[in-house]
Design a protein around this ligand. Structure first.
Ligand SMILES: *Cc1c(COP(=O)(O)O)cnc(C)c1O
Length: 328
């Protein structure tokens, strides 16, 4: 499975290719909640999200023949951008399949990196069928967004950086969709600090991991538009790794409304001077919502991405957006 050594190896492998992002106390949040709060500024990662860690760790382990064949993935946008960047860096080519729910600004960035972009249907599942078809037809190598040991180990390197900077961390708030980020961080942090609590955060509109916990097995959910667009999509009915790992290692998964996510984006900008996309702001949003309950600190909050369309960001700051928006 995934262990601490795999994550340490991932760290040496990807070290020269990614940024070690700042891990810093937030005085405003620490004061507000009267407990030490640490922000992991992973939205400042190259490509604007943590996804570059896993994608780079996976690409660097391909054979020359696999790199020459090209890589393919389904994505809600950020994995596609990371994979396109990492593929280009090693002279490979990426094909990225996405649904129509993926915001235009994300699609444009992936095209700009030279990837072959396919937009298919209204859900991740439909886009995934296109991946499967192209893998068979063109012999491409699939590197999925979360359910793959090299992806999970790459994302887990964030956990190592947190524990090195703050060895006494008690709680980590992590955005959860497919669970690659949460599983990797949980393995790293709990291997070094078994009593730490890892708490997942997701949106109410289509939280596949939470629905799967409740059902006791990977479960499909309907997909909706959300400010946390990067948290959409299923975990895969044939999920091999992340469901089990998250079920074992996460203390809880908290679900947020669209209003609460918007409040997190606003707080990050106005109090922390940070631009975050909805998915990157759910940790802060969870604290502000009061749904986290009493937690022992220090609490680390993962700011996972910043790839929001700036006109949407402006509308959210101005409070003009209807949470049932269709407008982006
Ligand atoms: C992909 C993504 C997540 C969720 O990661 P999973 O590994 O799918 O759980 C959270 N935030 C951002 C910004 C993402 O791009």
């Amino acid at each position: 499975m995934i262990d601490l050594q795999m994550i340490r190896d991932a760290r040496s492998r990807i070290g020269g290719h990614i940024s070690s992002t700042p891990t810093e106390p937030s005085s405003s949040l620490s004061e507000l909640f009267q407990v030490p709060i640490i922000l992991k500024h992973e939205h400042r990662q190259k490509t604007g999200s943590f996804k570059l860690r896993g994608a780079t760790n996976a690409i660097l382990q391909l054979s020359d023949a696999e790199k020459a064949a090209g890589v393919i993935a389904v994505s809600t946008g950020n994995h596609g951008r990371a994979l396109a960047h990492a593929a280009r860096a090693v002279g490979s080519k990426a094909t990225i399949c996405m649904s129509e729910l993926v915001p235009q600004n994300k699609v444009a960035e992936i095209r700009r990196l030279g990837a072959d972009v396919r937009i298919i249907g209204q859900s991740q599942d439909e886009a995934l069928h296109e991946v499967e078809r192209l893998v068979t037809q063109d012999n491409l190598v699939e590197l999925p967004p979360f359910d793959h040991p090299h992806i999970i180990a790459g994302q887990g390197t964030i956990g190592l950086e947190i524990i090195e900077a703050f060895p006494n961390v008690e709680t980590v708030l992590v955005p959860v969709s497919g669970g690659g980020l949460a599983a990797g961080i949980a393995v790293a942090v709990k291997s070094l600090h078994p009593n730490a609590k890892i708490i997942g955060v997701s949106m109410e509109r289509g939280a596949a991991m939470k629905a799967s916990f409740t059902a006791g097995k990977p479960t499909q959910v309907e997909e909706f538009r959300s400010f946390a667009d990067a948290l959409g999509g299923g975990i895969g009915l044939d999920n091999k790794l992340t469901f089990r790992l998250c079920q074992q290692l996460l203390h809880d998964v908290i679900l947020l409304t669209e209003e609460e996510i918007a409040a997190g984006i606003r707080h990050a900008y106005l109090e922390e001077r940070e631009v975050l996309e909805g998915s990157g702001a759910v940790g802060i949003a969870a604290l502000l919502s009061g749904k986290v309950g009493h937690l022992s600190g220090p609490i680390a909050v993962i700011l996972s991405g910043r790839n929001i369309a700036m006109d949407l960001h402006r509308q959210i700051l101005n409070g003009k957006i209807d949470p049932n928006h269709e407008a982006f």
